[in-house]
Design a protein around this ligand. Sequence first.
Ligand SMILES: Cc1cc2nc3c(=O)[nH]c(=O)nc-3n(C[C@H](O)[C@H](O)[C@H](O)COP(=O)(O)OP(=O)(O)OC[C@H]3O[C@@H](n4cnc5c(N)ncnc54)[C@H](O)[C@@H]3O)c2cc1C
Length: 415
Amino acid sequence: MKRYDVIVIGAGPAGLAAALKADENGASVLLIEREAKLGGILKQCIHDGFGLTRFNEKLSGPEYANREIEKIKKTGVSINTLTFVTKIEKNDDSFTLTLVTRDGIASVIGTKLILATGCRERTSRQIFIGGTNPSGLMTAGAAQYYINILGKMPTKRCVILGSGDIGLIMARRITLEGGQVLGVYEVKPTPSGLTRNIVQCLDDFNIPLHLSHTVTKVFGCDRLEAVEIAEVDEHMQAIEESKHIVACDALIISVGLIPENEIAEQLKIAINPKTKGPYVDQTLMTFAPHVYSCGNSLHVSDLADYVSESGELAGTYAAKSIQKERDLQEIEIDSHLMYFVPSHLDFKSPTRQVIAYFRSAGEYENATLYIEHDGKTLFKKRYLHLRPPEMERIVFSLSPDLAPATVRVYLEVKP
Ligand SMILES: Cc1cc2nc3c(=O)[nH]c(=O)nc-3n(C[C@H](O)[C@H](O)[C@H](O)COP(=O)(O)OP(=O)(O)OC[C@H]3O[C@@H](n4cnc5c(N)ncnc54)[C@H](O)[C@@H]3O)c2cc1C
């Protein structure tokens, strides 16, 4: 059975960056991807705006992915596409992976694992819309796949439910392809997507955004014919008198992404309910020694550039780490924060620089983020605006003599 120092599962931007860095740091690396081509979701994101941080350029998704794919081709990384990881078993000092390939079932052994399996979209089944289940009911990612990969228009006249970024991007794409987007309906009183996407994808194309509204029912047998729209009250309950019918041939759902972690669950790796990805320390190692998590399977990032950065961290630490013992301390967060990654700090780790990502729980102006260790401030940063859709990145250091103690992160918010 072939054996590798590092096996990376998933070849989206996170997995590509992880494999590149693990290789650069001297590890023998196997990169496994279930699809025929490398690049993950970026293959279908043909709009631009990728790579501003990483390459200082405005690239489309495929261009961004190709930069990494070209680099990886020049390395010693072994690549298995059309290969699906179905089972992972833990041995004393390694992991045995069962793979389904075009040639049948195969097995490989890896000393370290990097999970870079991305995320998936919430579907209509997960948000309880009443009525029938006709064709024309699809996620924004599915609409993106139809138009950008298959070259087929899935709608002439649609309604978009949810103001997540993929839905906003698809509102613009459908309009540019000659379709009509009647409106984007968001149940919350604030948009879920980035401000730049609201402006560039809705405002610039006169597509209305209806906040505090939802779809309560769909109609149609074979094909969707109409949806019922309702305004919601402050408890997000539909207001009966506001209900009205809108005729359309598609309902495109963009109500959030969920990290894909079946493999982590198979390994009984603890999942953080706040991020839906594994708990990790500053090296992105999960609670399972030698198993790392990165990219959107760790937490949903708003930019592919941050996804690649987390892949690089996981790849570097997986290749370099020889540490046996850990002293994990939880990072406590206050209710003004939606989440903070890493969730833990390992005080025995030689890695003292911490790259962290967080999202606020609400919209705040003039807020200050504090990181405290044993009651003393380690890091402080003031923000003019914080919004949950916009992920923030910070870097702070742990001095080598810092004793293990609880670390608290909180936002001081001006009323
Ligand atoms: C439908 C959809 C549309 C999106 N559209 C946009 C967009 O327009 N713009 C944007 O900025 N972001 C978009 N995103 C967010 C996007 O996920 C990130 O920008 C980025 O691609 C995440 O990188 P990643 O490497 O973490 O995951 P991904 O790019 O999702 O890559 C994960 C890879 O892992 C593979 N994989 C998963 N499980 C296994 C397994 N068991 N065995 C083998 N391989 C496996 C998958 O096939 C996939 O190639 C979208 C996300 C989704 C789900």
